[in-house]
Every structure is written in C-alpha cells, then in structure tokens.
Design a protein around this ligand. Structure first.
Ligand code: NOJ
Length: 564
C-alpha cells in the first residue's frame, strides 16, 4: 500500500505578517512570501502552512476572520493566493491553509446579523444566552457559565441592545460559532470546498476540538472535546474532502492520547493528525504558561514517549517545538543567545525530527532564532500577553517579574520579523516593521546561513534529507533509552526488514545541556556509521573513543543494519 503523502512530508509554517514585506508598509504579505519560496524549497520542506491572510480587523492578527473567502488588503489579493498555489505546485510543493471556524470576527456579516436582534435569522449561528436567572446582563457573576477565556476574563460578553450574552472562548471580538446549528456547519463546508476548488492541498483547523460544547442548565459544562466533536469532524471530512488525500491537522488543546487516536485513526475518517499540547505544558507551573519553570527533560521524554507509543499502531503524530503561539525553542529549551545557541538549536532539531510523525518547522527556527529582549510590556502587540500582563500588574505582581514572564513566554517572540540578511530591518521590510527586529540580526540571518555547511539551516536541511532517504525515519519503531537521565535524550528507531532481511536501525543521542556528560549506551553501535552530527567538540567529526561521552549540546545519529 502506498503511504499517504504527508507521512514523508516536512511542513514549514509561515506567519505572513512577519515573513517578508513587499510593499514597505512594515507588514509581511503574500507577494513577499512568494518572493521567498526559494528559501523554503532550499530547506527541503515540501508543504507550506500559512497562518490566516483573510480579511480581518486583526484583533488577534487574523485569527478573527471577517470574510472566509477573501484576502485582507494588508496581505494582498486572491490573485496572490492563486499565484502562491501555482508557484508552490510548480515546485512540487503543497499549500495548507489555516481554517478558523470555532469563531469568527465580531465584524463578520454573520455575527453582525446575529447580534442585530433576538429574532434575527442568524441569531442561532452564535451562542446567545440570557443572564443567570434573576440577574441582569452585565452584572458581575450574571454570566451564563463561569468559564474563563483563553485570553483572560469571562467567556461571555453582554450585549446591551438585546440584553443577552454571547460566548467567546478567545477575545470578545472573536464570537464562537454555534456548530449545533446545521446551517453553520453547511456554510463552513461550502466555504472549504471553495478553497479546495482553488487548489489548496490541506487544512490546519484552529482549536477545532472546541466546536462541540456542553452546557448544563445549572451553568456548568465544558468546551473541550464536547459530546458531538467526532460526529462534527467526521461530517466535515465527508462533506469537504471525502476520499481526496489532503493534509488535515486539527489543533486540539487539551487533547489526550486516547482522543487523538480517535481523531487520527484512518478508519474513522476524521483528521490525518492533531496538534497536541501536552509537551508544551512541561515547563508551565500550576499558573499556566506565564508561570515559567525550567524544562524537566525527564517529564518531557515521558510525555513524548506516551504520544509515540499511543499513536504507533493507529493514527499519526505531528511533531513541533514551535509555532506562532510559542516562544523560540532555542531560548525556551536551548542555550538562548549564547555561544551554544547554534549547537542547541541543532540538538533540539535532531531530537524532534527523528521522532515518528510529521515535523513542522516554524519560520526562523531553521536559523536558530531566539526570543526578543523586550524592555517594556508596552512593546508587546499580542492580545494574549497584553491581557495577561495587564491583569498581573493589576493583581500587584512585581513589574520586573511580569516583564521576565513575557520575555520568556510571549507569543510575540515567534512573531518578530524573519531575519533575512544584515541590511536594514534584516531585509524584512523597507518601512517600519510592525514588531521590532531582533537586535542580533547581523549575526543571525538567512543570508549568512544558507550555503554554510556548519549553519543551523544546513543542519535542518540534512535532517530533512535524511527523512527523505531513509524509510526508518518515517516508519521505524520508536524506543526510548535512558528515560530518567536529566539531560540526555536518547532513543532508537527500528524498521524490521522481514524474514531473512536486515533491520535498519538508528540510534539518536543528544546532550541537551551546556555541560559535558557521560552515559551508558547499548553496545554494538561503535562501528555504526554517523549519519548526522552536531556540536561535536572534535571539528573533524571523528566519533569520540567512547560512545557515551557527549560534549555540550552534542547530538548525533548512528545507523546500522542488523540481521533479522
Ligand atoms: C489558536 C491559534 O493558534 C492562536 O494564534 C489564536 O489566537 C487562537 N487559536 C484563537 O484563534
């Protein structure tokens, strides 16, 4: 049986606002992106996922859509999307678009109509609820449930004109669509078929496991993986892509391995893969993402292994350290802006790309970009970090601690402009960039790395090439070694050759620390060929005398064949 194409793919994510600006307005756009496709192709990624470019008031940088079938003038036009699709297809690459259908913008005509009166034909397209019995809309505590929004504060916004509340799991300018209404679902399906007819090759579904919600009469309930979620997703699959082979990935906060098996079991006809968040929570304290804790690699490995094993026989994993909502992995898990920045970025990439699943590379990750040194919360743009810091300051949190937390965790770290070269604004724009350019852009940029065999970029190229060359990277069984080691991430991948055939095996070992370490590795690998290595203290690339001796941030992959 042939593999679905996305199992051997590597996806590159572009946040169009921050990738490349073609018209000097300081905001990236689609023509800018088209002009930079060589970079993505040279890296070796074969799928491009573009964050939203649709018309939007930009309350959440485009994740608040006011027209699903257009392009915001900030980013270009529908012609530019057509040109992007054609340019990708000419290169043998594919386009995945971002589908935000848990909610719309409050400026979407559907919502404008819905809020116009209690009897509007689209009233039931959103979640309108009266205040709690005996209470008046707008009074503290009158909200229909006590749910807290992902961006802080209650999930309910009172509407003075009609005396009811509408639900918004994110910002109040992002009202939630009511998927219980079949007309809403039919409108979503029709819109997605329109995009397929335009030539897109896949969809990334924003927070899709929130579309089925459970409300109880007493104001309790939940909104993760609600009672009809699988029914809605199966219907979406049937109605939109049927037997066509796309790449579909559902962003699913709070999803468990068991739920993910249901979502990604091909026999059920839902998604190809999901984005889970468990590994993103390893360095969060009880207070959530701004409660910053050092990463505990023992715990991280435990989480990653559970997902590897849980989706080994059924379903498929997506693999990521970063996206537009996360800080930069080289700062978060790596050595940050120090002498070991590049070695740490390479080691982290080696570990991730050798897991089983489809890897996602977020723009700039392939350069080892690092977090931005914000000096004031006023410099932040992101609605989530702004709301959080405002609330934290109001609670009396020390301003220095607030700044430290956003400097570790703000979504803006991923959103500062892509670093192209050492010219003004790192070649991102000729105008004034909408977010500051990282001050180290003269040192960290694409022009300096592309073509340099020692660069982080070249390391990503090698990892991607290895995936293309060796079926064991795609299909091999995953087995963790040294589960309790605090900083060495080691595992094997094995592809059985069948009776009389040799097994293909990889041993992946990375020291995720700035100190040398010595570990006990299984025997029989001394003679195995090194297929990828980085951070080796010996520049000649010769393996050290003893396999288990690892330099700071050193990582390597060895390959051997063993008789089956
Ligand atoms: C998840 C997206 O990745 C994030 O950027 C956005 O703010 C929320 N969903 C709401 O759409």
């Amino acid at each position: 049986m042939t593999q679905p194409w996305w199992r051997t793919s590597v996806v590159y994510q572009v946040y169009p606002r921050s990738f490349a600006d073609s018209n000097g307005d300081g905001i990236g756009d689609l023509p800018g992106l088209i002009g930079r496709l060589d970079h993505i192709q040279a890296l070796g990624a074969d799928v491009l996922w573009v964050s939203p470019f649709y018309p939007s008031p930009q309350a959440d940088n485009g994740y608040d859509i006011s027209d699903y079938q257009g392009v915001d003038p900030l980013f270009g036009s529908l012609d530019d999307v057509d040109r992007l699709i054609a340019a990708l297809h000419e290169r043998g690459m594919k386009l995945v678009i971002d589908v935000v259908v848990n909610h719309t913008s409050d400026a979407h005509p559907w919502f404008v109509e819905s809020r116009s009166s209690r009897t509007s034909a689209k009233r039931d397209w959103y979640w309108w609820r009266p205040p709690r019995p005996g209470r008046v809309a707008g009074e503290p505590g009158a909200e229909p449930t006590s749910w807290t929004s992902f961006f802080g504060g209650p999930t309910w916004e009172p509407d003075e004109a009609t005396g009811e509340y509408y639900l918004h799991l994110f910002d109040r300018r992002q009202p939630d669509l009511n998927w219980e209404n079949p007309d809403v679902r039919a409108a979503v399906h029709a819109m997605l078929r329109w995009w397929l007819d335009r030539g897109v090759d896949g969809f990334r579904f924003d927070v899709i496991n929130l579309v089925s919600k459970q409300f109880n009469a007493d104001g309790t309930g939940w909104f993760f993986n609600g009672p009809r979620i699988h029914e809605f997703v199966t219907e979406l699959h049937e109605q939109v892509w049927g037997t066509r082979q796309l790449l579909t990935v559902g962003e699913c906060p709070g999803v468990t391995v068991e739920e993910a098996r249901r979502f990604t079991d091909p026999a059920r006809g839902e998604f190809d893969m999901v984005f889970q968040f468990e590994h993103m929570g390893v360095d969060h304290g009880m207070g959530g993402r701004y409660d910053v804790r050092p990463v505990d690699w023992v715990r991280m490995k435990e989480v990653m292994v559970r997902w590897q094993e849980g989706l080994a026989d059924v379903g498929w994993n997506s693999l990521y350290w970063c996206n537009h909502d996360q800080p930069r992995p080289a700062s978060r898990y790596g050595a940050g802006h120090t002498a070991y920045r590049e070695a740490s970025a390479k080691a982290l990439a080696t570990v991730l790309h050798l897991h089983r699943g489809t890897p996602y590379v977020y723009q700039g990750e392939e350069l080892g970009m690092v977090n931005h040194p914000f000096t004031s919360v006023e410099q932040l743009d992101d609605v989530e970090s702004r709301n959080w810091s405002r609330a934290a300051l109001a609670r009396g949190m020390d301003p220095a601690a607030v700044l430290a937390a956003v400097n570790a965790r703000s979504r803006d770290h991923a959103r500062t402009p892509m670093l192209w070269d050492d010219s003004a604004h790192a070649g991102f724009t000729t105008g004034t960039p909408w977010l500051p350019v990282h001050p180290a852009y003269r040192q960290i940029n694409a022009a300096a790395q592309v073509g340099d065999p020692d660069s982080v970029f070249a390391h990503y190229q090698r990892l991607i090439r290895l995936r293309r060359e060796l079926p064991v990277v795609v299909d091999g069984r995953f087995e963790l070694l040294l589960p309790k080691h605090p900083c060495v991430y080691a595992f094997t991948r094995t592809l059985s050759g069948g009776p009389g055939q040799a097994d293909d095996e990889l041993l992946v070992v990375a020291n995720l620390s700035g100190e040398p370490v010595e570990v006990e590795l299984p025997g029989g690998w001394e003679e195995a060929r090194v297929v990828i290595s980085s951070g080796d203290p010996d520049p000649s690339g010769m393996p050290p005398a003893h396999l288990g001796v690892l330099g700071p941030w050193q990582a390597w992959v060895r390959r051997r064949h063993t008789d089956g």
